[in-house]
Design a protein around this ligand. Structure first.
Ligand SMILES: NC(=O)c1ccc[n+]([C@@H]2O[C@H](COP(=O)([O-])OP(=O)(O)OC[C@H]3O[C@@H](n4cnc5c(N)ncnc54)[C@H](OP(=O)(O)O)[C@@H]3O)[C@@H](O)[C@H]2O)c1
Length: 285
């Protein structure tokens, strides 16, 4: 768990907000009224309406976090919030309908969410798309969509987090990338590129921010049983979103730089990266 991050006054532009959002000055909500003596870390999860993101909402809420859950599908978000809040018996999850390609809305929304959470400790960017792409298909619209959601949306959100966490000297940024970003494959050029770009962006953020006390974690899942998986070229060693969320949470607790989920994918990736290009291009992996 990261330290509490407060929001500096000079960043507040959209609403009347307190100078800091420390545990003593945060807005009184049902969550902190009902359990006033427990530390309540605050997290934003972008891409929280289904799959890995929804499982992370469950996982973090049950570990004591207050969570802002963002995605486009409002009905799914509301259902998730109601279910988790009812199971916990207190309001810990807050829904914010949002499309990550509405880039210009992100700075103000970031401020609003941080204020309403009462501060911020953790930001997890999960949102991703992988449309079906057949071998021999070259579809710019699909490629552009993957870059817009998987990479540009991530940069828009995580730049905001990085700026604030750097000033605060604490905080944790997590990106849900993929093993698919480790090498360019014939089956998914656009998706591979979006995740390779995300990996490089996260590494660069880590190199900038580690000297300021900020942790940046790159998560590389293998195959996880979600709707997105139906468009993946080949699948094996499939795990549930709940198992993935538990392992991601463990990597967050341990402040890992890069974590494969499950861990055995690290070895697979190592081997795949060692295969020379002239052999790799003849293989159908
Ligand atoms: N499943 C796997 O095997 C696997 C493996 C490696 C990596 N990953 C990565 O894990 C992440 C989560 O995927 P998943 O498998 O859990 O699939 P999923 O159930 O389809 O989840 C994708 C999430 O991204 C959100 N999203 C998509 N476009 C968005 C947009 N324009 N604005 C805001 N949110 C958007 C979706 O919400 P809305 O549709 O409601 O907006 C949804 O909450 C993705 O980044 C994916 O690349 C998955």
């Amino acid at each position: 768990m990261t330290q509490t991050i407060d929001q500096p006054k000079h960043e507040q532009t959209t609403t009347e907000q307190p100078t800091t959002a420390s545990p003593t000055s945060e807005p009184m909500t049902e969550a902190n009224v009902s359990r006033p003596l427990e530390p309540q870390p605050r997290a934003i999860i972008i891409g929280a309406s289904s799959g890995i993101g929804a499982a992370l909402v469950h996982e973090l809420a049950h570990k004591g976090y207050r969570v802002a859950a963002l995605a486009r599908r409002e009905a799914e978000l509301n259902r998730l919030c109601e279910a988790v809040n009812a199971a916990l018996g207190s309001k810990r999850i807050y829904a914010y309908p949002h499309d990550v390609t509405d880039y210009e809305t992100i700075p103000a929304l970031f401020e609003q969410v941080t204020y309403e959470l009462g501060g911020l400790d953790l930001v997890i960017y999960v949102a991703g798309v992988q449309p079906a792409v057949t071998l021999g298909e070259y579809n710019f619209e699909k490629d552009a969509d993957m870059i817009r959601v998987n990479l540009l949306g991530a940069m828009a959100w995580l730049n905001e987090a990085a700026m604030r966490f750097e000033r605060a000297g604490a905080g944790h940024i997590v990106g849900i990338s993929s093993i698919a970003g480790d090498r360019g494959r014939s089956g998914a050029p656009g998706y591979n590129t979006s995740k390779a770009g995300f990996n490089t962006y996260l590494e660069a953020l880590r190199n900038r921010l580690s000297r300021h006390g900020v942790t940046v974690t790159t998560i590389k899942p293998g195959f996880v049983d979600t709707v997105l998986l139906k468009n993946a070229p080949k699948t094996f060693w499939v795990i549930s979103p709940e198992t993935a969320a538990q392992q991601i949470h463990r990597a967050i607790r341990r402040k890992r730089q890069v974590a494969y989920v499950p861990a055995r994918w690290r070895l697979v990736s190592l081997v795949i990266n060692l295969i020379p290009s002239f052999i790799f291009r003849r293989m159908s992996i």
